[in-house]
Ligand binder design. Structure first.
Ligand code: S3P
Length: 457
């Protein structure tokens, strides 16, 4: 058995035993063509708006992972009829007023997008719902959505520690009024919760943002016929919108999952990976833009827009190995690659020269504190990585050395830390181990299988 086959074999065997995952780097030159599961952010929105619309919706390329299933199960608990057959999901919409009182508290597992977007919907219901979260999500801040939803008229109680609110949350609503909200945090989840509540409000709802964030909710609302007006830095939703199903939605591949393979191909000499049908929403393409600035060889072929695909741009990516150079990432770019910052840190370690990523404080409140998880792991691998506080802002500075060394790595229970460290370990000199990889089921259960498919034949 070749070394890489041996290493991938071990990857696989250990995956079914979520104790310890061993990785060995030995001339793994990823080469091949992959197609990834549907975009997680789009899947949540497609389910929610399908449920609130009139008519039936068929969702194609639906990703079967813990987070998407959390939204699916939450909507089922609210009485929405949903069937899924592999990657195809059928939703029978019940209209804006058709949700039922759930028989018991809704459990959203560790899906932050499920919880925050669902609160926007539940704010419009004139019944009381308790929402309970898993152990990681229960540690994530919720005031950011509770505050604007209360301004709209929702009644919310949450668990309080210090100045912050956390799940479990009890919410009852109905009789909402539209608000004009100037969001302090650049968050698509907050914006989306407000817009979804706006569907049930009297008067228009307007959200202003300092930096633009992914606009999947806005695009999906338009697709379902809502009256939504977009300006440079504001979104206005006009009231009392009945949503009409477009019938079929094709969910493009998840660019956040693609990011691990874009970096893998970029940092391993002689590698080449083609990623088919990736979502290319401009609010998500930060990883491509920044890596290209670092001289990554990424060719993007955008599909010609037609009716069925025009709600979200998509295309194919071809990535060839390259010699990366350091760069500076500005705070205004952060929302467009917020989930890709861990894997960008890995890329920066393999670059020549310094990479500075500015304004990354939001990483502290993701599934884990991703500044901590990445600094701890990358330092163990020999990276020169520092966190610098400038005023109220946190920056990361990485002095790229073109290499990392194998080590004993930890996932911290976080899917994106885990996958970033697998990529780092495959490109590093020597052997690495990772304590637990079962957390990838949150967004990408097929990660190791996809990796294995790239072994050179
Ligand atoms: C998401 C928005 C981002 C992102 C998360 C998914 C979404 O969170 O980190 O994984 O689907 O709206 P924030 O909006 O809190 O930055």
């Amino acid at each position: 058995m070749s070394c890489i086959r041996k290493s991938i074999h071990r990857l696989e065997t250990k995956f079914s035993h979520p104790s310890k995952l061993f990785l060995i780097k030995h001339k793994f030159i990823p080469n091949g063509r992959i197609k990834l599961g549907g975009d997680k952010s789009i899947a949540h929105r497609a389910l929610i708006l399908s449920a609130l619309s009139s008519g039936k919706t068929m969702l194609n390329n639906f990703p079967i992972h813990d987070d998407a299933l959390a939204t699916l199960n939450a909507l089922s608990a609210l009485g929405v009829k949903i069937r899924h057959k592999g990657k195809v999901v059928f939703v029978k919409g019940c209209g804006r007023q058709g949700l039922k009182i759930p028989p018991q508290p809704i459990f959203v597992n560790n899906s932050g997008t499920t919880l925050r977007l669902l609160l926007g919907v539940l704010a419009g219901m004139n019944f009381k719902t308790k929402v309970v979260a898993g152990k990681y999500l229960s540690l994530r801040p919720m005031s950011r959505v509770n505050v604007p939803l209360r301004l709209m008229g929702a009644r919310i109680t949450a668990s309080i520690k210090g100045n912050e609110e956390y799940a479990p949350i009890v919410i009852s609503g109905g009789n909402l009024k539209g608000i004009v909200y100037h969001a302090k945090i650049a968050s698509a989840q907050v914006k989306s919760a407000i817009l979804l509540a706006g569907l049930f409000a009297k008067g228009k709802t307007q959200v202003f943002q300092r930096f633009s964030t992914r606009d999947h909710t806005e695009r999906m609302l338009k697709l379902f016929g809502a009256n939504i007006v977009l300006n440079n830095n504001s979104i206005t939703l006009n009231p009392n919108q009945d949503l009409v199903s477009p019938g079929k939605i094709y969910i493009p591949g998840d660019i956040s999952s693609a990011a691990f393979f874009i970096v893998l191909a970029s940092i391993i000499p002689k590698a080449k990976i083609i990623i088919e049908h990736s979502g290319l929403n401009p609010g998500r393409c930060g990883i491509i833009n920044v890596l290209k600035r670092m001289r990554a060889k990424i060719k993007v072929v955008v599909f010609k827009a037609d009716k069925s695909v025009n709600f979200e741009p998509r295309g194919d990516l071809t990535i060839n190995s390259s010699k990366l150079k350091g760069t500076v990432v500005l705070p205004s770019e952060i929302p467009s690659l917020i989930d890709e910052l861990p894997i960008l840190m890995v890329a920066a370690c393999f670059a020549q020269g310094c990479t500075t990523i500015k304004g990354i404080g939001e990483l502290r409140v993701k599934e884990t504190d991703r500044i901590n998880s990445m600094v701890v792991n990358l330092r163990k691998m020999g990276a020169a990585i520092r966190v610098i506080k400038v005023g109220g802002q946190e920056n990361i500075v990485i002095k790229g050395q073109g290499r990392l060394c194998g080590s004993e790595l930890r996932s911290f229970g976080d899917h994106r830390t885990a996958m970033s460290m697998v990529v780092a370990a495959l490109a590093a000199d020597g052997e690495s181990s990772l304590d637990d990889i079962s957390c990838v089921s949150k967004s990408f259960p097929g990660f190791l299988k996809t990796l294995k498919s790239l072994k050179r034949r």
